[in-house]
Design a binder for this molecule. Structure first.
Ligand code: NAD
Length: 332
């Protein structure tokens, strides 16, 4: 029996996930939640979704009476994730929520607690955790093949277009590039190094305050210090293209990935040679693996649960604080 999923938020990423799920073996798109009737109609036709599995934002609490939906994938703007994820949990369904899971750690904690109280699973859409080349590097690090890790570099950025989009509206985004793309370098630093950071420093550059209003970060450079002595040096930006690169250096070897988090194919090499794993659409693997986590209790190589998402939100809070106060912020 597959994991029967409804997607909430039929925007650009929701559409990508739906297309990818066509090739899933263990997850199946069976429902939608949308405020736009014309989109619901188009999706019903494209994905053969029965009317009884279609909801809008006023009616989706009724999903609790629908035995044909197991989980809801929340793919709405960041500022709505908390309300939507808790709404789904209260309807008794498992929650898969896009990154960033919320707009700060306190919201993220509320979501973790609400899902626990409701007895449902909460997973965050960290698709890279299931990507084969990424997993190979993580396994090499776990096997000690790089030796003691002392440095990671993460570069995450693209030039954002339309100034009126929700990503540049603080109420809906909760921030700027850091929330959207910088989070890949934060999460990547953690899964590549395999430790939790103990301090943060950060510096902001804002060249276009008209486009990037109060609270919406354009470019932030940040550094994370790890207990084993490693430092991560990262860049998050909405003002430069072609920034999608990870570099991990240990005393006995290295891994270099570019692109490192784009939709793929990921490309990379280590001191042992190129990474050759075939490309599979990330979201197809992700949804099959998430079905196994929810249905079979499978343990992923790197966690994708609410606690994992919360860790990134704590770091994002500390990065913003480091920028604001111009000092090193301790995470312990
Ligand atoms: P989008 O604007 O294309 O889609 C957002 C959807 O939410 C739209 O269909 C919109 O109608 C709907 N929505 C519901 N209530 C809304 C409201 N009050 N205001 C505005 N829109 C509302 O955005 P997207 O690119 O699909 O991003 C959605 C989420 O997915 C974000 O959290 C984003 O960070 C995440 N995302 C993740 C990845 C990834 O690779 N994991 C990639 C892209 C986006």
């Amino acid at each position: 029996k597959p994991l029967r999923v409804a997607i909430m938020g039929l925007g650009s990423y929701g559409s990508r996930v739906a297309r990818a799920m066509k090739d899933c073996k263990r997850a199946k798109l069976v429902g939608v939640i949308s405020g736009t009737p014309s989109k619901i109609e188009a999706w019903q036709e494209e994905y053969n979704i029965p009317a009884k599995n279609c909801y809008n934002y006023e009616t989706y609490s009724q999903i609790k009476d629908n035995p044909d939906i197991d989980a809801v994938y929340v793919i709405t703007p960041n500022g709505l994730h908390k309300e939507h994820a808790i709404g789904v949990a209260n309807a008794g369904k498992h929650v898969i929520c896009e990154k960033p899971m919320a707009v700060n750690a306190s919201e993220a904690k509320e979501m973790v607690d609400a899902c626990k109280a409701a007895g449902v699973k909460l997973l965050i859409g960290y698709r890279m955790h299931f990507e084969a080349k990424t997993q190979e590097v993580i396994k090499m690090r776990m096997n000690g093949e790089f030796g003691k890790i002392l440095f990671f570099q993460g570069l995450s950025g693209f030039i954002i277009g339309d100034p009126t989009q929700w990503r540049l509206n603080y109420e809906l985004s909760g921030g700027g590039a850091m929330m959207d793309i910088g989070i890949y370098s934060i999460n990547g630093a953690r899964y590549m190094i395999g430790e939790e950071p103990i301090w943060v420093t950060a510096q902001e550059t804002k060249n276009n305050p008209e486009k990037f209003k109060e609270g919406v970060d354009e470019t932030i450079q940040f550094q994370l210090g790890f207990p084993g002595g490693a430092v991560a040096s990262c860049l998050s930006t909405y003002s430069m293209n072609n920034l999608d690169k990870f570099f991990l250096n240990g005393l006995n070897g290295f891994a270099e990935m570019q692109p490192s988090t784009g939709y793929g194919p990921i490309e990379g090499r280590t001191h042992k040679g190129p990474l050759n794993h075939p490309h599979v659409t990330h979201q197809t693997t992700q949804m099959d693996e998430m079905a196994a986590i929810i249905l079979d209790g499978k343990k992923p190589l790197v966690p994708v649960d609410g606690e994992e998402g919360l860790k990134d939100m704590v770091i994002i809070d500390a990065i913003y604080k480091a920028v604001k106060e111009g000092r090193k912020i301790s995470l312990v």
